[in-house]
Design a protein around this ligand. Structure first.
Ligand code: NAP
Length: 281
């Protein structure tokens, strides 16, 4: 199948490597000629160009740009592609993308690979990024069944488990397991930095080990990603933060009341419930 990929970064490049090694013909689009050359050299694409007309005959096009560039990309594609071309995206937020793109391109299905690394750009692309991971597709009542079937088969060929859900459910779910943790973790670092005694502050930094490493990791990540989560998934992020704030308040009250049995019960419940989260990687 002729597959177009726009945005040859971590996700776009890894899709190119994975799909090309499974026999698909990959047409890559980048904003930079050097990236196009590198994409062909690294086996990410069979052909690559800065000119969108390269993908006019693609049967499926994956838009792998940052979220804010997805809609402008669809607008640029409109005069180039045939209406039969199936469009999909890989953005980490779905309602905002699906609601904006569907009126412009009916042959569209939103997607979100639940795979990634902390690195970015074409040099971060890996052939084995997807096998063993989940790939969310978010069809709506407007999504053509053939688009869903074709994209499902393509991403399943990368050895992913396809999860189908509505865009809104996806966004609330990722707010809980991906976006809220960033703001909780960032707040943990910010709160620790508010220690007013310089000796204690220095000691805390010296003593920090595995617990702080685990809980501060996502708060110490790329700020642009955090802003993207809050900007494009604002409602779900705010709802999660509100519930989290209430939960913290409850814990605070239990400790103030020295209600140790209740505290133990609460911690026991979360210890038991953690295994329900199916963390693959
Ligand atoms: P990335 O490595 O930075 O790749 C994005 C690529 O998009 C860039 O390499 C660039 O490619 C192109 N691009 C950047 N800004 C652009 C703009 N303003 N207009 C058009 N193209 C632009 O980022 P990524 O991690 O692959 O993320 C791409 C998408 O995947 C995002 O929508 C993100 O939400 C989603 N996603 C990311 C992860 C993750 O863990 N990183 C996981 C799942 C989904 P060229 O230089 O070749 O033009």
């Amino acid at each position: 199948m002729k597959v177009g990929i726009i945005g040859l970064g971590l996700i776009g490049g890894s899709l190119g490597l994975g799909l090309r090694s499974r026999g698909h013909y990959i047409l890559g689009i980048s904003r930079h000629q050097e990236t196009c050359t590198l994409a062909c050299d690294k086996g990410i694409a069979d052909e690559a160009s800065v000119d969108f007309s390269l993908i006019q005959d693609a049967e499926v096009v994956f838009i792998c740009t940052p979220i804010g560039a997805i809609l402008p990309t669809v607008e640029k594609l409109q005069p180039i592609l045939s209406p039969n071309t199936i469009l999909t995206d890989v953005g980490s937020v779905k309602s905002a993308v699906v609601n904006a793109v569907t009126p412009l391109w009916s042959n569209f299905i939103g997607g979100h690979p639940m795979a990634g690394t902390a690195e970015q750009g074409i040099t971060a692309a890996k052939p084995d990024l997807f096998p063993g991971t989940r790939y969310v597709l978010t069809p709506t009542e407007h999504t053509p069944s053939q688009a869903q079937k074709t994209v499902t088969e393509l991403v399943q060929s990368l050895e992913t488990e396809v999860i189908i859900c509505p865009p809104e459910a996806h966004d609330q779910a990722v707010a809980w397991i991906s976006h809220l943790p960033v703001f909780v973790s960032s707040s943990l670092i910010a709160a620790s930095l508010q220690e007013t005694d310089p000796e204690v502050a220095q000691l805390a930094q010296k003593l920090a080990s595995s617990g702080f490493r685990d809980t501060s990791r996502v708060g110490g990540g790329n700020p642009e990603l955090g802003v993207m989560m809050a900007k494009y998934n604002k409602e779900a992020v705010l709802r999660s933060l509100q519930v989290y704030q209430e939960q913290l308040e409850t814990i605070k009250q239990v400790i103030e009341a020295e209600n140790w049995d209740v505290l133990e019960m609460m911690l026991g419940q979360t210890k038991g419930a953690r295994s329900r989260y199916n963390m693959t990687r």
